[in-house]
Design a protein around this ligand. Structure first.
Ligand SMILES: C[S@@+](CC[C@H](N)C(=O)[O-])C[C@H]1O[C@@H](n2cnc3c(N)ncnc32)[C@H](O)[C@@H]1O
Length: 334
């Protein structure tokens, strides 16, 4: 796709209307108006594909991202890390619940707790200790012992990634892919099976072990690495970079550094896919009670730097909660 192909399909949503050089589709179209997007296939497909194929998959991935519109119901019911997405309304219910009732994963009770609440509790403790990424290992390690549940472990690749692949039909032969914050590896497996020489990394050693155990015959290479300080030889070395829900899991103050590093791993001619919870631009940072801290349209635009261009942007409803939205952004490095 090129800029010449660019088309914006959302006449109503200001958050997607100014895409300049990217195709933009609003998920609102998805659920209701294939005809609006008619022959163009984009998010209309994404939305319907999700709805049709992946409700259960998306469960455990959360809705709250759409802070501003999401409600505490998300915190209670849903998509977790995703769900972790909180707005102040959530804060009123979920966080106080954290404070009053949440137990650490050290407690046997933690395994029975709402995974979103428990993981957010861990995250808040880590943030207080000025260790914004420390809680991931704690959570995975507690989950490995049966003391917690990893709320974002879908047990399958993300439906919006599945949908992108079914449309784009990328051929991985002779190409390299990088999966950011790979967790238990479902997205990495999908990409590796397309023929990409795939590196899937996570900051949590226990997550890497869990991924290796879950996929013993994997073609992907799982390894521990920190997105904020990636190996130098990854720099602009990958034909395909996949980022799903990692940047939003980091505090807003360090999201710009994380965003920059994701893009810096894409080689010339390479593609990057970002999937994240969507937040309206007018929802102030201070009202969020993450994780996650959903991404604004401006945050999505910030991935496009230098010759890395946003070429397609979809805003699709969560399969589990159509009132909340996900970004799926595709970038190309010239
Ligand atoms: C919300 S989870 C999403 C996992 C996976 N991408 C998915 O969609 O299921 C965020 C993941 O990023 C990992 N992570 C967080 N900070 C990281 C960092 N600085 N470098 C690498 N991985 C990180 C966490 O351990 C966790 O597995």
């Amino acid at each position: 796709m090129t800029q010449k192909d660019a088309a914006s399909h959302d006449a109503t949503d200001p958050s997607t209307a100014n895409t300049a050089d990217a195709r933009t589709t609003n998920s609102a179209d998805v659920g209701t108006a294939n005809s609006a997007n008619g022959g163009t296939t984009n998010s209309a497909n994404a939305g319907t594909a999700n709805a049709g194929t992946a409700n259960s998959a998306d469960a455990g991935t959360t809705n709250s991202a759409n802070a501003g519109t999401a409600t505490s119901a998300n915190a209670d019911t849903a998509d977790s890390p995703d769900a972790g997405t909180t707005n102040s309304a959530d804060a009123g219910t979920a966080n106080s619940a954290d404070a009053d009732t949440a137990t650490s994963p050290d407690s046997a009770a933690a395994a029975n707790q709402d995974p979103d609440v428990a993981s957010r509790h861990l995250a808040h403790k880590a943030l207080e200790a000025d260790d914004p990424t420390g809680w991931f290992e704690e959570l995975y390690s507690a989950a490995a012992d049966g003391r917690a549940v990893v709320p974002w472990d879908r047990g399958m690749a993300h439906p919006l990634l599945v949908d992108w692949i079914s449309t784009a039909q990328p051929d991985g032969a002779g190409k390299r892919a990088l999966i950011v914050g790979a967790g238990t590896g479902w997205d990495a497996e999908l990409i590796a099976d397309l023929g990409y020489d795939t590196i899937a990394f996570d900051i949590s050693p226990t997550a890497v072990e869990a991924a290796q155990q879950a996929h013993p015959d994997s073609k992907a290479h799982y390894q521990v690495a920190d997105l904020l300080d990636p190996p130098a030889d990854w720099h602009r070395a990958f034909d395909l970079v996949i980022e799903i829900f990692t940047v939003q899991a980091l505090p807003i103050a360090i999201q710009p550094a994380a965003t920059h590093q994701v893009g810096e791993q894409v080689r010339a001619g390479g593609t990057m896919i970002v999937i994240a919870f969507a937040r309206e631009d007018d929802v102030p940072d201070e009202t969020l009670e993450g994780p996650p801290w959903p991404l604004t349209r401006a945050s999505i635009d910030a991935f496009a730097k230098d010759d890395l261009r946003l070429i397609q942007l979809d805003r699709a409803p969560s399969p589990t909660d159509p009132n909340t939205y996900r970004w799926r952004a595709e970038y190309l490095r010239d």
